[in-house]
Write a protein that binds this ligand. Sequence first.
Ligand SMILES: C[S@@+](CC[C@H](N)C(=O)[O-])C[C@H]1O[C@@H](n2cnc3c(N)ncnc32)[C@H](O)[C@@H]1O
Length: 671
Amino acid sequence: MKTPRPNPLAPVGIGFTKRLLHTRRVLSALRHWSPSEDTWDAQHDPLVSVILITYNHGRYVAKALDSILSQTGHFKIEINVIDDDSTDDTQKIVEDYAQRFPGVVNCYFNTVNVGHQATQLNTYRGFQTLRGRYFALLEGDDYWTFPGKLATQVRFLDENPGFVACSHKTLKFFDDGSRPPEHFLPLEGFRKNVATLQDLISLNAVYHISSTLYRNVFRENPPLCLADPSSCEVTIQMVYGCFGSFYCFDQYWSAYRVHEHGVFSSRSRENIWLFHLRGFRRFALYLGPGNWAGFLLAIRGFTRHVLASAKSKEEPLLQRKTYLTFLAHFVVATLLTPVVGLLEWLAMSFSPAGRARVANKLRVIGRRAYDRMAVSASPALRLRYLDWERRHPRAARLRALIKSSSTVKESAYIMNETDQSKSFQIETTANNSQLQARERLVHLFEESPIPLQEKLFNIGMYTRSSVLVKYLVLNDIYQRIKNLPGHLMEFGTWWGQNLVLLENLRAIHEPFNKQRVIVGFDTFDGYTALSDKDKPSDVWAENSYNTGVNYVSHLRDLLATHEASNALGHITGRHQLIPGDVSETAKRYFIDNPSTLVAMAYFDMALYQPTKDALLAIRPHLVSGSVLLFDELTWPESPGEAIAFKEVFARDEVTIEKCSLYPSKAIVTIR
Ligand SMILES: C[S@@+](CC[C@H](N)C(=O)[O-])C[C@H]1O[C@@H](n2cnc3c(N)ncnc32)[C@H](O)[C@@H]1O
């Protein structure tokens, strides 16, 4: 590794205007930044830099350092300890670590204390030292609780260039033992699994400082807004949110220690609320006019929440001056939101991209209005309208445009603008007249006079027998494994219908079993390459079945929504989606989760190599009586699956039967 970055100084005495100008310059220079412009030097630089912020953390810092040093993963890290002139033995302890871990633990010690509002100047000093492709932050009194944390986050960011950071849950615990540990932040509503910039601004997503791994977007030139006295993890996340989305894992992998000397934990609720209000104002300016409508909405929501909770019995009353400050912000934000929103739209429509966004937004609004009308209009009125439309093709064209717009645009985005229909056709043994009937069914589905919600409720009306049979097969398998412990897995999920079915079968057959985890593996980029044990296929090729990596967040959302609407819907997070080539992800999954038991696995990739690698990985975890469902075991056109199966399992280890409802599928039971 190269030597650490030269010791930078904390940016003391820099005023707001200078910070604002610098920030606007940096952000606008990086306007078109993407991970492909990453200038990380793989040969010399660590992959991950950790900034450890300390001040009088002598009692805790060894635990923080140990939790970083015990991280697993085959990559180099650096730990840059930024100490704000501690008066206890913090520096001595850190120096001892630096001697024992030369080149890994680096000391950046202030000779005078610069900490003011909290630790922003110190943190900024840390931002200036980063060499890694990714970086994480930790305060000297907190620590990480899972040795695989960094490795999992690194893998996620490696595989998902659309995301700029990823987080996880944090447990807040009370150093004096006065209260049992609890989830960091009182509301789960603060923690969206996938968060856009607007979510971060409107506090739909707030992740504890110890939880997030970021891409090192700014390298040696971090914007000076990060040294603002009202900066904290919330605003740091907003700044990085300008460069991509955030993902949040559902596990608790870090601990936030509440103690009487903690910078934040020792402050009053009122003080923290005022701090955030100032943060909103300042960061609205730092991030620029394009985000003002979002900030106004956020200020409106935040002030309303504070005013309401100050009235509730649990929260302390606000001082009169503070109350008026919040009230004034609420009124001004409410008045300005529509005006600024409109101005933003107008400004946007000056550029072609902006015009397209406005047009799309209008179409989405049109589509929503259309759906709403379709739901509320009587069937007789709808039929009369359709009849009229037949005589007025222009009206029909307009309706078709409105109807198709939002969904077409969204799915094009989801699919990374790849045209799915060109890249593959769904495998079928149907003849021409059957295919024509299918097309007619699609047409009837599209043109159905049934309102959208009722159509969804009656979806069986458009379900073909060859699709229905898949539900029945899975139901049969579910009943077989119902009394076994273990996860349910699918290798090759595509859009994820089986995962959703499994969630709903779980809710039907064992509504109170919240131990049942459902795991889906897929590249989400479509098929990987064939090996010499596979046969080229007419129905799929490399990259066919590509859903686009952005689809993963939609599927996560969908699964969580089904879960929330089922029994015990408040206990969530029983699904895992593992994007990537199964040849790597399956092995890694079981290394990271060695205690996993598996009750059922569905294999539907047809290829030799990933099927074999998944079988090898899963084999030690299969419980006796567990079931493997194979889609192509008996298909001579896709021999890879059967070859892999025969190479992994001996005849006396399993029983094999033909699936009675769906003859080409095979059911394997582990003895
Ligand atoms: C036929 S589709 C699965 C259909 C799905 N089981 C269903 O019933 O709806 C096959 C899937 O395997 C995935 N796949 C192929 N090779 C893979 C690999 N090496 N790793 C992960 N997924 C792979 C493809 O992306 C595709 O989504």
